[in-house]
Design a binder for this molecule. Structure first.
Ligand SMILES: *[C@@H]1O[C@H](CO)[C@@H](O)[C@H](O)[C@H]1NC(C)=O
Ligand SMILES: *[C@@H]1O[C@H](CO)[C@@H](O)[C@H](O)[C@H]1NC(C)=O
Length: 493
């Protein structure tokens, strides 16, 4: 009896499922059918989960208008309309009238005029608009003003040279605005009016800005990410970032900065990531990073002209995790270079500097260090005493491209590598780091130092097969044994 009931129930369940499936088919997918190919040629159509995906390439305005005409008056959802590589100098009024378009792309199509009535009819549905790589020389504000549901606007690679007042008015739901690689050198103080409630990301990179457009930016209270890399900004000042109180990430890489003055970031206390690489920075004020104490974790200062670790400025950054000082002009690291802030650092990049020596306690405070890059410096020696404090935590080390001399001190490296070999780390088998044996005028891999001929006191943990050399267990190498997950990054042979 129970068994029959179960079967009946199962049958009803499957009938319901089938009926539900048919209904879905009838209501949704039947309607979301592509029109006959010939109707929209040369455009093509495919059915996607959320609607149609229509693509028109290498054609002109006339053909596109005709294809749009063929789509009109049907209950279609055009989830993507992509117009690429066309000759579409002007987007005419009413071209999309009667269409429901959610994501519109007009890319690399010589677009320079967007008529006022071209987009207003799709304003209720459009969430993404991409007009990248065209010939727009200003923001077509009248055409944009009814896009009240737009979340993302991409105007990258156009010819906009200034942002006029109220350029984006009406786009009150916009969260992401990108203007990368235009020619912007002037931004009206009222340019971003209308964006102050929702805008989260703004990309002004690759333009011609010479200063931070402070007055224009100040109203963007919700902004989290501001990119101004690849401009010509030569100075930043205290107050430049006032108002941006939710900023999480600031990109100023590849500008023309020479100094980082005192208190310039004091208004953006939530900042987590600061990119300053690729400038000409040679001076960092001791108070440069004031205000960033509680939240800054990523600081990129590579490709500048910094001569010493800016300890005084960095001292306050007790949350700092990632410090990149690659490709600077650092020749000397003071013993107390990391005192006060080194404890939280997990990533330290010092590659491509001019570092000649590392003295005794220099890494002593780097209690969390996982990645250390010393590649391409002028180091002759890297002693075990210097490395010992960080070997516990290190997972990645790069000391390639240094003029290392083979000496007994380099055993820390070999022992570490043995640890990796135990784990059969295939990547490491292909890499090697070398030192030069001056008497023999030849290079040795640090994995195969002739320790006995060098008359070293051999330090290791397991049995030594190095030709009957004396064996001494090194007490101070506990850290090495403990670092079971280290990876040694070195140059490929
Ligand atoms: C841009 O479109 C033209 C056709 O109008 C095409 O020849 C060219 O390769 C496209 N450029 C890129 C970068 O796609
Ligand atoms: C690097 O620093 C040295 C002095 O420490 C200086 O002579 C040299 O000019 C600097 N290099 C650059 C590119 O500024």
């Amino acid at each position: 009896m129970a068994r029959v009931q179960l079967m009946v129930r199962w049958t009803w369940a499957s009938v319901l499922a089938i009926v539900a499936g048919l209904c879905a088919l009838a209501m949704g997918e039947v309607q979301q059918q592509c029109p006959p190919r010939g109707d929209i040629a040369p455009c093509t159509c495919t059915v996607k989960k959320n609607g149609l995906d229509i693509l028109c390439e290498f054609t002109d305005q006339q053909r596109i208008s005709e294809a749009m005409g063929a789509l009109k008056g049907k209950p279609l959802v055009i989830f993507y309309l992509k117009l690429r590589h066309n000759n579409l100098k002007k987007l005419p009024g009413f071209v999309f009238l009667g269409l429901d378009i959610r994501h519109l792309t007009i890319h690399n199509s010589s677009l320079s005029v967007v008529e006022e009535a071209s987009l207003s009819s799709i304003g209720k549905m459009l969430t993404q608009l991409d007009v990248s790589q065209n010939s727009l020389n200003q923001v077509p504000s009248p055409a944009f003003k009814n896009l009240h549901h737009l979340l993302i606007l991409n105007m990258n690679h156009n010819k906009v040279n200034s942002l006029h007042a109220k350029a984006f008015q009406g786009l009150d739901t916009l969260e992401i605005l990108t203007l990368y690689e235009n020619k912007i050198n002037n931004i009206d103080p009222e340019a971003f009016i209308g964006l102050e409630k929702k805008l989260k990301r703004l990309n002004l990179g690759g333009n011609g800005l010479t200063t931070v457009p402070q007055k224009s930016l100040a109203m963007l209270e919700t902004l989290k990410k501001l990119e101004m890399q690849e401009n010509r900004i030569s100075e930043i000042h205290e107050g430049d970032f006032e108002g941006l109180r939710n900023l999480d990430s600031l990109g100023l890489a590849h500008n023309k900065l020479r100094t980082v003055p005192a208190k310039v970031f004091t208004h953006i206390t939530l900042l987590n990531s600061l990119e300053l690489e690729g400038n000409n920075i040679d001076t960092i004020d001791p108070e440069a990073f004031a205000g960033l104490e509680e939240n800054l974790q990523y600081l990129r200062l590579g490709d500048n002209n910094i001569h010493t670790i800016p300890t005084e400025a960095l001292k306050r950054l007790h949350r700092l995790r990632h410090l990149d000082l690659r490709a600077n002009n650092i020749s000397y690291i003071a013993e107390d270079a990391f005192v006060g802030f080194g404890d939280s650092i997990t990533f330290l990049n010092l590659q491509k500097n001019d570092i000649r020596s590392l003295s005794g306690l220099v890494f002593e405070n780097l209690n969390s260090l996982e990645t250390l890059n010393l590649q391409n410096n002028k180091l002759l020696h890297i002693s075990e005493d210097v490395m010992e404090p960080v070997l516990d935590t290190l997972r990645v080390v790069d000391v390639t491209d240094n003029p290392l001399l083979c000496d007994c001190e380099l055993q820390w490296y070999k022992n570490w590598l043995r640890n990796l070999k135990d784990k059969d780390d295939e990547m490491m088998q292909k890499k090697r780091t070398v030192c030069t044996m001056s008497q023999e005028h030849r290079e040795y891999s640090l994995t195969s130092l002739p320790l006995d001929r060098m008359q070293c006191v051999i330090k290791s943990y397991d049995d030594i097969s190095a030709g009957g050399a004396p064996t001494t267990m090194a007490v101070s190498l506990n850290g090495l044994v403990a670092s079971t997950t280290c990876i040694l990054i070195a140059r490929y042979v």
